[in-house]
Design a protein around this ligand. Sequence first.
Ligand code: ATP
Length: 894
Amino acid sequence: MTKTDTSKENSTLFHAQSIDKSVEMLKTNLSSGLSENEAQQRLSTYGPNQLKAHNRKSIFKMFLAQLQDALIYVLFAAVVITMFMGEYLDGIIIIIVILINATLGVVQEIRAGNAIEALRKMATPKALVKRDNQVKEIGSEDVVPGDIVILDAGRYIPADLRLVESANLQIDESALTGESVAAEKDASAVFSEDYIPLGDRVNLAYMSTLVTYGRGIGVVTGTGTNTEVGKIADILSQDSETKTPLEVRLDQLGKTLGKAALAICVLIFIISFFQGRDLTEMFLTSVSLAVAAIPEGLAAIVAVVLSIGVTKMAKQNAIIKRLPAVETLGSVNIVCSDKTGTLTQNKMTVQEFFTFTDKTQKVEDQSDLSAEAHLLSSAMVLASDATLENGDSTGDPTEIALLQLADDLKIDRAALSSSQPRIDEKAFDSNRKMMSTLHQQEDKFVIYAKGAIDSIILKCKHIVEDGEIIPLTETHKTILSDAADAMSDKALRTLAVAYKPLEKQIDTENFERNLVMIGVVGMIDPPREEVKDAIATAKEAGISTIMITGDHKNTALAIAKELGIASKRSEATTGAAINNMSREELESHIEEYKVFARVSPEHKVNIVKAFRAKGNIVSMTGDGVNDAPSLNAADIGVAMGIEGTDVAKNASDMILADDNFSTIIAAIEQGRNIYNNIKKSVIFLLACNVGEVITMLVAIGVGLPIPLIATQLLWINLLTDTLPAVALGMDPGDKDVMKEKPRPLNDNFFSHGAGRRVILAGILMGILTIVAFVSGYYLHGYSPFADNIPENIEEYARTLAFLTIIGCQLFYSFSFRHEYKSIFRIGFFSNKYLFGSVVVGLLLQLIVLYVPFMTEAFKLQAVGIKEWLGVFVLSIIPLLANEVVKVFTRRKIQ
Ligand code: ATP
């Protein structure tokens, strides 16, 4: 088979081929699948099964993009002019500093891009294939033509397929055809015409569409770009880069502040003009100040801090799918969670059962089984899809527990299944809360149906007691529900089973009618150990935990009480009660409830909407096919990584790799910390920029010589805009962050006095720098306002100003680690990146000051210990001043 002939086959033929012919054309084997060797060979022939990857920008392009800024162009022009005037060294230094800055920008961009790419990979769906006679889960990019793919509800179709088996298979093809109603598939169909619309080819399934119901098997006819979806160009460009709302807001803020900085630079230039200063020098200085002071890097810092944060979150099992979710996470105040598997361990064991003959019995006490107990357990086994062999199990834990029950009761499951083979089924769905199967028993038939008691009882007209089928009476209903309530009150999860003997085979629609109730089992599903603490942490953080479950109200409430979610009965309600409420009623009562039992996915959407209507920020978990709408409706949709379907994952903002409730709370904590870290970086950057602008504006305004020259300004920008700013963004989380209330979603970065702090800190840094500058003159007996000051004295004064402003900025960065906790309490070393970057910053100062070439290049003068001491004293003032302000802030908070 060559590459070209598959594409031809793929585009026209497979829907018009029989299953056997298709399998033959694709050179594969239906019962054993491809061999691993053959699959590897095909993978190298056809390439990975992915739509053309988003073209990543080349490093060179990224580098150019860093320089594409009107101001940088102006600066380059100014440099060229300076060089023409003979100031080669200045020009070269400026170019080098700009190039280093751009390189660091590229490094940050690549790191952020890699982190996001790694996350995207973690969230890509897996495919279930048969190879070497074994069913295995592989990454969907490894699927090759000829692979046998197994489909079940909730899964993505990994490649284009010719179906070879379909059991009530329905596929949502809206991504491809725009048709919103799921297409019913039929593997046995063969078409005679070549050209029929894609949507009508019921024997094919297409890459990127979703199974919404039923089961099926298909053989891969085309992969990657050689699929129907691969041919649609605009779907390929869907994953274009998007900015988070925070990045967009900061971009705008950067632009506004940038304009202000630019205006000030123009003002400085105009003042200098009237003061009769050297205009070429002033032009270069003003442009450099603009480049240094314009906070163009705000959004870039957000991207870096976000990517560092989400990588850390992924290691803790919370995979962020949409970056803006991180920002929203910190504001969540309601966490709606499923019960089974998320709050509980999903390790079920049947403890008790009830039949009308036996009444309630403990499983461990059984030696002599009644016929009804035998029927109950057999029916549960026959109506299950799970497997359990030699301790290894697959499938739904509820069903695995039922298989284990049969083993405990010494029922031979293999003999049972072969004497009553399954011939048809009506799959489980969480709206009906039941499933049923049709079996052949010699020349007769039997239906077995298992599910929630309240669903099954509605379908029953009879019960079986002491070997007799008798009509179901109100008394029976009371006995049954009392037995079930007694189990539920002990936090046992209940499941009922019914059956119906038949003479003739019937259609699936008629399966669940006139059934005979057999009885109920009660299984324990212990709460996860760590969840209780997580719920308590959440409570302290102002976050309410809400349990939403398909399970019985009493079972749900018993577990909710054990976990500390609810304390009284009135806090629990049911899906049926919600049905009787109008939207307004639901909204006005919603905050009274902590437990929603017996709900279906539709209720979930209404619950989320009602909570949101009351101004809450809601996170909602989901795993099933029908959970997508509620995940979309929530502020943060959370899908289960293990039990969750591809549909739920696709609709979510975050995936829990361990399906654990505690991970949601840990993610909220991370979300809060990441937001705080971004805020620290941004406020720090702005405070530094204000400091630089104030220094220049005030000095020039009062007629002093220029305190910092162009190269020095750019160097300052290089030093503080990169290392300390990123290091602040990597600050380890504050352990008390979960003692605070959730942050309002529209909270401004500059609220709580942060804006004031930026301005005051900037002014203080400016004043201290000017003090250092001026004292440089006086220490040598000159007035800075005098004429004909020797050049070395000017350089000496500038050196002091240069060291002071950098010192102020580096030391001040420590103060940003917490808004009101003292740095002496948090410790200087607990953020080793920040400590490291301050040390590196200071070392670089030593280099520019004492390596002769550098000293000359930056027009500095080496200084002695006395000067260093003076600079140190001035430099720690902003840090100490801020610590004093914190004392007052703390008093106000307490
Ligand atoms: P949660 O919503 O907290 O995950 P859940 O598993 O109870 O809990 P669903 O999966 O929607 O939620 O199930 C709803 C009900 O359907 C269950 O309480 C149970 O009575 C019934 N049920 C669950 N699994 C099966 C199954 N495999 N076969 C038949 N009935 C089932």
